[in-house]
Write a protein that binds this ligand. Structure first.
Ligand SMILES: [Cu+2]
Length: 385
């Protein structure tokens, strides 16, 4: 079962001036960069196909029955400029970003599979200066460099840890491989929103069996996970040759990821939205126990997503303190509260297995995640407005 990220859609309305009610009109004010998106199970209605450079906000409403996602993609159709994931039926979520002039695509993804329902989107030049006001440019540059170094550091470690993991797996040392699985994934999950921004690598690397599309070959972490923690009945273990194939493929994709992040640069809103995106990952996969369905090592991933979200916040903290100190303090408090709760499940160097965490305990974790998601969702808006 998927738990809704937030109890009400209202909690996520960013603009303080927006009155909040269940029957709220989804139409944007004319001439503004506030765009409304209505996603149903087979349509994606975007209220405007263009905007002017500067702050653009998409108010995404899910009017369908399936959980949906919304993306703003770059001209190549692969680069994710901004996204909101895991929007339950009846809920609304806001995506706020700083858009530079260019050609884009909008996409709704009902059911969270496939290419999504896409449409062209153009951002024209407003002539506006897109630098953040009221914050020292040096502080911005420092934050962006710091974040870029962080990501490179994580993917570098990911290469090393994944190598150890696949070596053990190929050698048939299953006990060692099982121990290393959640450890190697930690570096992946800490930077998951960056890893996911490579639309070609992510499905090959981190796809879950239940999200397979007809004809799609299942590879990556979770295919190996199933082989290491096989179901009691009806599963044929991989041969030695198959093990090598899957292990080498995972290693090659991780190596490519590491190569690609070396040239990546980031913007403040990407870091802010990425931080929130990592927390959405917790809500959509870890709380539910769907991420590591065979190994039950979800709490390692949970912690890693939270770590990544916190790094994003801490990187931006000097800027956020200058723009909205109360919000910054609130986010810091919520991170701390969530960590206190997570610490209860620590065991040795890792965590207890998630199948031992009861339904009420999961609910308690979920509430702490939601309490953090609410102020965290305001960070991008507070920084770019
Ligand atoms: Cu994941």
């Amino acid at each position: 079962m998927k738990l809704p990220l937030l109890a009400t859609a209202c909690a996520l309305v960013i603009a303080p001036l927006a009155a909040c009610s269940i029957t709220e009109d989804n139409e944007p004010k004319s001439g503004s960069n506030a765009i409304s998106v209505t996603s149903t199970d087979d349509t994606c209605r975007v209220s405007a196909a263009k905007a002017e450079s500067g702050t653009v906000s998409f108010k995404v409403k899910n009017a369908g029955d399936k959980v949906t996602e919304f993306y703003l993609l770059g001209e190549d159709g692969l680069r994710i400029v901004g996204e909101v994931e895991n929007i339950g039926p009846g809920l609304s979520r806001d995506l706020m970003l700083t858009a530079t002039p260019g050609k884009y695509f909008t996409a709704c993804k009902p059911g969270m599979i496939g290419e999504g329902i896409r449409a062209d989107f153009t951002v024209s030049d407003s002539g506006k200066d897109l630098t953040i006001t009221g914050v020292d440019q040096k502080a911005i540059d420092a934050a962006l460099t710091q974040y870029s170094n962080y990501v490179k550091n994580q993917t570098g470690e990911l290469v090393a840890k994944t190598q150890e993991f696949v070596d053990a797996y190929k050698a048939g040392d299953d006990d060692k491989a099982r121990k290393l699985f959640p450890v190697a994934r930690t570096n992946w999950e800490r930077t998951e929103t960056v890893a996911e921004s490579f639309g070609d690598l992510d499905p090959k690397t981190d796809l879950r069996e239940r999200d397979l599309e007809p004809g799609q070959k299942w590879t990556g972490w979770h295919a190996i996970e199933k082989d290491l923690w096989p179901p009691a009945k009806g599963y044929t273990a991989f041969t030695k040759a198959q093990r090598s194939t899957y292990a080498d493929d995972l290693m090659a994709n991780i190596t490519t990821l590491n190569t690609r992040v070396q040239d990546l640069t980031y913007t403040v809103d990407q870091i802010a939205n990425g931080s929130k995106g990592l927390l959405d990952e917790v809500a959509s996969g870890k709380i539910t126990g769907e991420e590591d369905i065979w190994s039950h090592t979800d709490l390692w991933d949970f912690q890693a997503n939270v770590d990544g979200a916190r790094v994003g916040y801490e990187t931006l903290k000097p800027l956020l303190d200058a723009k909205d100190e109360a919000l910054s303090t609130e986010i810091g408090k919520r991170f701390a509260a969530l960590q206190v709760l997570l610490d209860k499940y620590k065991e040795g160097d890792g965590f207890v297995f998630y199948d031992t965490v009861t339904e009420p305990q999961r609910k308690e974790l979920s509430n702490a995640v939601n309490a953090l998601a609410e102020p965290l969702s305001k960070m991008a808006g507070a920084l770019t407005l």
